[in-house]
Design a protein around this ligand. Structure first.
Ligand code: 6PG
Length: 247
């Protein structure tokens, strides 16, 4: 049976409004998961868009969220050491992890300092150790960004990872950036309870329109994000949404 995709688009005046809304959604999801099962699992996106969210979580939610019951993973990571300027972990650490009382054991970093294949295998083992073996890792929430070419996490157009069904994490080469990464696969992304896409800036207006309005969704990796049991919420600022009809 074709599962109906539960999807919502929310548009905010500016990146700050987007970040504040994302923080409130993150906190609400965390509180519900912690109330329901005593812990919250979330995979953070990389790139620059989520930095405002991390900053707000690290300040306005530092004392209110029960960080000792939050488990942080990553949707993808560049194959660089954790202190490298390109490291998604480093940016999350600077803006969030260093600001809240989260136990080190709750931080499930992708080891970008290792060769990509080894890092991907180790990350998959870490996810299985946390989620168990009853099926693909079932995150409560996964944050994702959107590249201008329609990539998300580190699943790029034409990449083999888009066809993979047997792994939870894979190496992935970014031709545009000229670097290797490790990415969650669609088996994991599409098993999440909640996907939050955060997309900001006029440069993304074209791809947002392609993916959300022109029916070209399946041409892009972001269009392959169809959580079978979950929902998708697109959080856009006005500039990123400017290609969407009456805006
Ligand atoms: C990464 C990301 C990637 C990112 C998009 C958007 O590690 O680069 O996971 O998928 O989310 O490229 O990046 P910006 O937020 O910097 O535009």
């Amino acid at each position: 049976m074709e599962s109906t995709l539960r999807e919502e688009v929310r548009i905010f005046p500016d990146p700050e409004g987007l970040a504040r809304a994302a923080a409130a959604i993150f906190a609400g999801s965390a509180e519900r998961a912690i109330a329901g099962k005593g812990r919250f699992s979330v995979a953070l996106s990389g790139g620059s868009t989520p930095l405002g969210l991390f900053r707000i979580l690290g300040s306005a939610y530092g004392d209110t969220l029960r960080w000792e019951q939050v488990h942080l993973f990553w949707a993808d990571e560049r194959s660089v050491p954790p202190d490298h300027e390109e490291s998604n972990f480093r940016h999350a650490h600077e803006e969030l992890l260093s600001k809240v009382l989260i136990p080190a054991s709750n931080i499930h970093r992708i080891r970008g300092e290792l060769p990509p294949l080894e890092a991907a295998a180790g990350y998959a083992r870490e996810m299985v150790s946390y989620f168990g073996t009853a099926g693909p890792p079932a995150f409560d929430c996964i944050l994702l960004g959107l590249g201008q070419d329609g990539h998300t996490a580190s699943l790029f157009p034409g990449s083999d990872g888009l066809k993979d069904t047997g792994h939870y994490a894979l190496p992935s080469y970014s031709g545009a950036a000229g670097n290797w990464r490790v990415t969650l696969t669609l088996a994991v992304l599409n098993n999440a309870a909640e996907i939050l896409f955060l997309v900001s800036g006029a440069a993304k207006a074209g791809i947002v329109r392609e993916v959300l309005q022109k029916g070209q969704r399946d041409l892009y990796p972001a269009g392959s994000i169809r959580p079978s049991r979950g929902s998708i919420t697109w959080l856009l600022d006005r500039e990123a949404a400017s290609g969407l009809g009456a805006c």
